[in-house]
Design a protein around this ligand. Sequence first.
Ligand code: ADP
Ligand code: ZN
Length: 757
Amino acid sequence: MAGIPASPRLSLFSETRVAVLLPLPLAGAYDYLAPEGEVPPPGTLVRVPLGRREVVGVVLGPGDGEVEAEKLKPLSVILPLPPLPSALLALVDWVAAYTVHPRGAVLRMALSVPDALEAPKGISAWVARPGGERDLLRLTSARKRVLAVLADHGAMPFATADLAREAAVTPSVVTAMGKAGLLQPLTLSREWEPPQPDTERSGFPLSGEQGAAAARLRERVGEGFSTTLLDGVTGSGKTEVYFEAIAETLRRGRQALVLLPEIALAAQWPERFASRFGVEPVQWHSQMGPVARKKAWRATALGRAPVVVGARSALFLPFPDLGLIVVDEEHDSAFKQEDGVTYNARDMAVVRGRLGHFPVVLASATPSLETIENARQGRYGHILLPSRHGGASLPTIELVDLRRHKPEKWRPEPPPVVDGEPVRHEPFRMGWLSPPLVQATRDTLAAGEQVLLYLNRRGYAPLTLCRTCGYRIQCPRCTAWLVEHRRTGCLRCHHCDFQMPLPGACPACEATDSLAPCGPGVERLAEEALFRFPDARLEIAASDTLPGPKEARAMAERVRSGAVNLIVGTQIMAKGHHFPALTLVGVVDGDLGLSGGDLRAAERTHQMLHQVAGRAGRAERPGRVLIQTVEPNHPVMEALATGDADRFIETETEERRALSWPPHGRLVALIVSATDAAAAQATARALGRTAPLVAGVDVLGPAPAPLAMLRGRHRHRLLLKAERGIRVQGLVVEWLARTAIPSGVKVQVDVDPLSFL
Ligand code: ADP
Ligand code: ZN
């Protein structure tokens, strides 16, 4: 007990031991002593001593009794919160076992707001003191008014300021009366009570197709666990349909959770929820400050948040009575967490539903191959919404072969002025907009409609090259080029956020005026667009210009009001938005994302372009999409142009089946990293030698990772590939156990990897 102040809070304890899991990267629980007669049930949140610190943990159950009782320390405090629900504890165990991460590391995600464990400070308030009227005659008129207000409102307590206002006295009159014993003090809870959704409000009248889908989802609610794929084209009304499942869940008095990719949250979702249910839902995302997070966590834990909409980590909120999860845009790779505990919130949502015996709905216009396969095998239900709501037609998609339609070069007109003189020899600049796309944009703007030019690249140029020596400016900590951001005048690494000012001379050969941007980002594309469409009301939409939901909503408002009619945007614009006057989408580089040899490159490009195409023509006016490509015969481009997604999915699935790639086989990646290059390589090789030799299992690698260095750490990868029926986690645990991993070397396990960088 040395160094730990004896806790004055719980002093009586007998020998009842409890196992407490701490939110630290530890697999096991520690035993502590619980106070006599007060053995906390599993899930109870407690504070315990750990070394010289005190940490929060969760009681799992009786301790295992290995450590002698004299050596155990008592719990310091039992926190006054409902115990974490057993389904959440079960989820923590499940995720830990499935992802091969310590249980404590998973628990940390459920206790991500330590502040939330403290009740908010109360407000001091007053009620009348019984018998206080006795001396009424001797009171000043101000004091009489105060008592009269309290008498008028029965037992209702008043905060000081409110009471003073009602009685038309100064607050000091009220506090003085408290001191004089004329009023009784009391503390009011400042616990947040989120506004309650109104399930009796009706939404839009649903179409026949939508109504049937909603009825099927409503039936699932209350029937225990099920997973249903809600598979509907963009604009078919999937949101309106799953709102009905939420309403049904609320009518049954249970909570609902909607998971969205972070950036889709920023769009119009909360407003749409409010127009259906009268109030905005409780939100949970990374842009929220600590106060808002605390409020949301507590409201959820106390069962006061009927509906939470959040990014992936909302899955670990302590809902006491969760009755439905909807995962919207289920195919989105944003549901995969790549740092720390690598888990896919879409898949773990299904697990949470099974553990909590409630339905899970996966919604998408472009479901992942994994989900499609699960639906085919009958593991998931499948509801189709094949047409856009209100007779809006799907946009026509045309390919523009960039080899035949080369973008024209351009130069600023009139020439820029330097030192009072127009520059006569301004060089021609590269263009990225082909004549057909330029024409279509011009026509659309002239018709009073709106255009989205889509390029999924932030900044000005993805590469800065020295024209004299060919040097390419790289991040000092990562195997990545620095991206020029002209608005902020710097070069930035998109992997580690390293930044430096754009140098005046080449860092290698010191030639001046020799550094040239290569390739376009949205900022550079906007320059060309402003030249070609000088009257356009242009705005750049990227995470740099729209860092949070507030900015994104303001921008959506500018588009809806027509203050903006030409958007140059990254993937931040690809989903969730509904702009009735947006009728043309131009995809500037359709091939971006197809290279790189990632097994899902084609699938992901198809999903992304399909989503962004889905922004066009969502209302009465039909939409048109032009995709610029140098590979018009690529299966992805053909699928988009013909609208035959099914055939594309069929071919993709067959190719993967032949090679036993997911969903027909299982993958686990090991990423070995260290600041010391030799140590990283030696450990990777050692893992190669100790790899499991089991039928149906192949280990590929080790090989240097494509991102061979990240944040100063050297990286190597191994990939375990197994037949579907093989339980890979056990193999990985044994594999790691028989390999010596020196300190300083980290082995990150990634089950079901999505990224292969
Ligand atoms: P999805 O999520 O399938 O792309 P949404 O749910 O976003 O489709 O619906 C597209 C648009 O159509 C939204 O603006 C929505 O409010 C509107 N909408 C959908 N269904 C109806 C309906 N039954 N009545 C009126 N408007 C609807
Ligand atoms: Zn970097």
